[in-house]
Design a protein around this ligand. Structure first.
Ligand code: ACM
Length: 517
């Protein structure tokens, strides 16, 4: 028997003893002087309508950090013990305790999400012993406000749903051809101009514009608010500053950043989806700009990793630009692909000077691989194998399994809202093993984890975003957390029903898979 928890814990034993009975008078006991622990306790207590206390005489939910447990449980693992005398969650870190509380949440009836313990009678947690730790350290989801802006409140709601699933990275695709979404104090036109497009393609006909100006951006204060909210849920926000391609919004704001010497140069914030030709010029002025932008970005986002995009950087403009060709010659580069790698390496130096690490889409290895860059693999698995063979770390986000903007059911006759295309079933996501085949001993640790991507082009609003995300992200959470040998599709489907009831009571939208799906 498995507990009704997604992602499934590493190990769980039902002891058969008397259960723990929870009432509105059960305290959440923790070391009040330990601020992170107190915050975890307050979140749990707040949801259930309980009080936090430093000690208790009777049955209690006790949360404890015991640093020595890091040895056996790592930085995110925990032990949860439930017996008549109380529930105890112990971990080596506050993050571990937090994940223990997420499991406890799912051991209680879904109604507690909305009503807490309240006047409920007979609430009980079965007697059990859980020992749990994640398979991967990077369990991510990407949001794309560049294409479709999400309010701070909507973003927080998504973070809440991520936390329930023990997902721990929110990759924030803040910049693209269709919009620059982060306030940069030194360059106010990035949002003054770059955050606004003339219109967007209409649903149902991608060639036609809707005639409605569209835009928005996060102030630095709002971005910090999101970072703090995520951190309270042990989620790291990894910002993406997309370069050298997908840069039309920035170049529309500051044309001097573009390849001004190419014919027909007339940048605008793009009102169409797809891949566009505007790339940053490989000029000193551009590197100064990027250094300034990245200085402000790292001041907002404490994440170790800074994502620099690097995907789909069309080389047309560099092929035609006399300046780009001059840089290729001066630097002894073979072609525009090597120019891209040279460009990325310069940006990596800027990031490294701040003590941070660069992650980028897998194209950044095409013109030579920086030994310290991490790849986010989205195209062919060969790019993972290539990066790993060269000693680089990877995060797996293959289009075949991880693109949550693809249809989740065949749209023919299914009355589905318009999606990007493709088809990735819930079970497809569940069956992913992100570990590339044929790895040598020791190379597994270069696979940092897995991530689902929610590209925003055909995501009209937050309700649709949640509909596309869940429950596929629930499946991906299990891929990222649970041991491969414990994965079981039929068992997951059975555990999914109570999770969907929980999401419903949390006010999170989702698509309910039909029986047999
Ligand atoms: C991507 O989907 N262009 C990373």
């Amino acid at each position: 028997m498995t507990p009704t928890i997604i992602p499934l814990p590493t190990a769980c034993r039902f002891t058969g003893a008397a259960p723990f009975k929870l009432t509105a008078r059960t305290p959440v006991v923790t070391s009040i002087r330990h601020a992170p622990l107190r915050r975890v306790a307050a979140q749990l207590a707040g949801r259930l309508g309980l009080a936090v206390a430093g000690t208790a005489k009777g049955p209690a939910i006790t949360l404890r950090v015991e640093p020595a447990l890091k040895k056996s449980l790592g930085t995110e693992g925990y032990r949860l013990s439930s017996r008549a005398a109380g529930v105890t969650i112990r971990a080596g870190t506050p993050a571990g305790v937090f994940y223990g509380t997420q499991s406890l949440r799912q051991l209680l009836p879904p109604e507690t999400e909305k009503f807490g313990v309240g006047a409920a009678v007979g609430l009980a947690v079965p007697a059990l012993e859980i020992t749990d730790r994640p398979r991967f350290g990077w369990r991510g989801a990407m949001l794309d406000p560049a294409r479709r802006f999400l309010s701070v409140a909507e973003t927080k709601r998504f973070l809440d749903a991520m936390a329930l699933h023990k997902l721990n990275v929110m990759h924030w695709h803040l910049i693209d051809d269709q919009g620059w979404r982060l306030e940069i104090k030194k360059y106010p036109k990035l949002t003054g101009i770059g955050a606004w497009r003339a219109e967007s393609p209409v649903y149902g006909n991608r060639e036609v514009g809707d005639g409605t100006p569209y835009g928005g951006y996060y102030t630095q204060a709002q971005a910090r608010e999101i970072v703090a909210y995520a951190a309270e849920r042990f989620i790291t926000v990894v910002p993406e500053v997309e370069l050298p391609g997908h840069a039309a919004a920035a170049i529309a704001a500051y044309p001097e950043l573009g390849n001004r010497d190419v014919p027909g140069f007339a940048p605008t914030v793009s009102a169409h989806w797809g891949i566009h030709t505007y790339t940053y010029a490989p000029s000193e002025e551009v590197f100064e700009f990027l250094a300034d932008v990245l200085a402000e970005v790292v001041a907002i986002f404490p994440s170790t990793y800074v994502h620099i995009g690097g995907d789909e950087a069309v080389k047309d403009q560099w092929e035609k630009s006399a300046l780009a060709q001059q840089v290729i010659r001066q630097q002894g580069l073979k072609d525009e692909h090597e120019l891209q790698s040279w460009f990325i390496r310069r940006v990596e130096k800027i990031i490294a000077a701040h003590g941070r690490r660069l992650i980028g889409w897998d194209e950044i290895q095409e013109g030579g691989l920086s030994p310290t860059a991490t790849m986010m693999v989205w195209r062919d698995w060969k790019w993972a194998e290539h990066a790993i063979a060269h000693g680089n770390d990877v995060v797996m986000s293959p289009t075949s399994h991880c693109y949550l903007n693809f249809y989740q059911v065949d749209p023919k006759g299914a009355n589905e809202p318009e999606a990007w295309g493709g088809l990735i079933l819930l079970e497809d996501v569940y069956q992913l093993d992100p570990m590339p085949p044929g790895l040598k001993r020791g190379q597994e640790k270069q696979v940092l984890g897995v991530q689902g991507n929610m590209w925003g082009e055909y995501i009209p609003n937050a309700a649709n975003l949640e509909y596309m995300a869940f429950p596929r992200l629930s499946a991906l959470a299990e891929v990222g957390w649970s041991p491969l040998v414990r994965k079981d599709w039929a068992d997951f489907r059975a555990r999914l029903e109570p999770l969907l009831a929980r999401l419903e009571l949390m006010g999170v939208n989702f698509r309910r898979p039909r029986p047999g799906e």
